[in-house]
Design a protein around this ligand. Sequence first.
Ligand code: UDP
Length: 328
Amino acid sequence: MQTILVTGGAGYVGSHCCKAFARAGYRVVVYDNLYRGWRDLVKWGDLIEGDLLDADAVGRAVAAVKPDVVAHFAALTYVGESVSDPGQYYANNSLGAFNVLEAMRANGCSKFIFSSTAATYGVPKQVPIPEDHPQWPINPYGWSKLMVERMLADYATAYGFTFAALRYFNAAGADPDGEAGERHEPETHVIPLAIEGSLRDDYRFTIFGDDFDTRDGTCVRDYVHVTDLGEAHRLAAEHLLAGGAGGFFNLGTGEGATVKEIADAIERVTGRKLPRTIGPRRAGDPPVLIASNTRAREILGWTPTHSSIDEIVATANAWRLKEGERRG
Ligand code: UDP
């Protein structure tokens, strides 16, 4: 049985990927400090509680687990917070990844799957965005991730690492079996917030700008179901273990939905009304972000199968209702 060490396996994307790895027959071990992760989302493997910034602890975990592949998710992900407190982002996201890479090097591990982001592109000059599009992030979050991509390229050249850096577009939805889902505190993402707006009288959903140059004036994003992300990571592990060359891959559907279309889908799928207010644009929001996913399709053999807006919304809504029961 092959082993995957999953940093950040108690988080949103990490937990869904643990499920995909476990179902494919891998032994999964999670390394997480539970700072923004959740113990009850670690369901598909053992948990080692530890911090990425504790290089000795990371080294001990890698030496004990002897992973065939490391899948690295642990990171901070709030764009706004990265602007007001960049130090936290460069520490956790860039230095944290460096500590993992060094621990791998010291223990003879060289296969790495990295949770990267479309935020490394900044404002795109071209959509759909291909992987060789220039990368010039517009916030410290994007830079903190891009630095890791750079390290990976250099570790591959110098130390024989192979890696799959997976640039997610808008991760969304929840496990169709209701075993995992999004639990951010605070929540900033459009789908959970719009669902909230359809459930509560004391929260009103705001559309951030309706004067963009798009089909209905609201921003277009490429929403990809987190279960499809899980499948992409499983395929990436298989690819690296089979001796594949790896590289950089966009994970998106190649299609986009507007914020208004998301709001309409929530009304259609849940049967509830979603009152909305039009607010000002949010700083740093490009009008359209859509992936070219040809590389993931051709090299990894990935096909998103759960990423229709209706399935994303239906699973996110089911998870939210279940979370409501948990919160009481
Ligand atoms: N958005 C919105 N209202 C909200 C939250 C987000 O209109 O309450 C918009 C946001 O401006 C962007 C899209 O929804 O165009 C997706 O935002 P999100 O924060 O979910 O993901 P991002 O694209 O920033 O990674």
